[in-house]
Design a protein around this ligand. Structure first.
Ligand code: SAM
Length: 225
């Protein structure tokens, strides 16, 4: 994958906070996937937070503001969504809602290629700069309405949507490969269920993971602006 074992900008203090985050927030709450836990141990979450964020807040058990009214999701939610995708290292993945770039970077530690779409240009630019600095050459950032997916690189082995939709956008369903998994928060504006779809030929099996709360997915197949 060509990603260094130790990232520039990482520190011993951050590594200690990260270990604590993995033990207290993830393992203790039932996250068992060893590859996912290792990705959380390696990735410096503080480098994805807004400038001036105290380092202990970067590893706290909650979402954080990243500007433009958007958030970097709570570590547990990022981990659970990632686990639900059951990723293999050869997979190609689409993320909708780049935000800080943290979820895309977690994915990038686990798969061969990541495409991520963000509707707010300045967030996409900041995330792109982080990927460049950390050596994530196999993450491709696109600016646009992610409710339409990213057809140019479809189909995808997994799709994850990190903003909440009224329902599953049809283009995303179409861009999922046979055997693929798709995780998306679905429901009313202020509280949703994390829904996971699995494609078997033309059949889409649906199961609900549990309650969650995300910012709205705004676009043609999502909520109006
Ligand atoms: N995955 C992000 C991270 O790791 O920091 C967190 C994402 S934040 C909870 C949701 C993001 O979805 C916001 O950055 C928001 O601008 C973006 N978003 C909302 N509607 C979108 C759309 N139609 N297409 C692409 N991005 C969208």
């Amino acid at each position: 994958m060509g990603i260094t074992a130790c990232f520039p900008g990482d520190t011993d203090a951050a590594r200690t906070l990260r270990e604590q985050m993995v033990m207290d927030q993830l393992e203790r709450r039932g996250v068992r996937d060893a590859r996912v836990l290792e990705a959380f141990r390696r990735l410096p979450r503080h480098l994805f937070c807004s400038e001036g964020t105290p380092i202990d807040s970067a590893y706290a058990d909650r979402p954080l503001g990243i500007g433009c009214g958007q958030t970097i999701s709570q570590p547990l939610m990022v981990a659970e969504m990632t686990v639900q995708l059951r990723l293999k290292d050869t997979d190609r993945v689409l993320e909708i809602g780049t935000g800080s770039g943290y979820q895309a970077a977690v994915l990038a530690l686990l798969v061969a290629e990541v495409h991520t779409v963000e509707r707010i240009g300045c967030l996409a630019e900041q995330a792109q700069a982080r990927f460049r600095q950390l050596g994530f050459d196999h993450v491709h950032v696109h600016v646009g309405d992610g409710t339409c997916g990213w057809p140019d690189a479809a189909p995808y082995d997994a799709i994850v949507v990190t903003a909440a939709a009224p329902d599953l956008p049809e283009p995303l369903r179409q861009q999922l490969a046979d055997g693929g998994r798709l995780a998306i928060p679905v429901g009313p504006r202020h509280v949703q269920d994390l829904v996971v779809w699995e494609r078997q030929g033309n059949a889409f099996n649906r199961h609900e993971w549990g309650g969650c709360r995300f910012v709205p997915l705004i676009g043609r197949h999502g909520w109006p602006d």
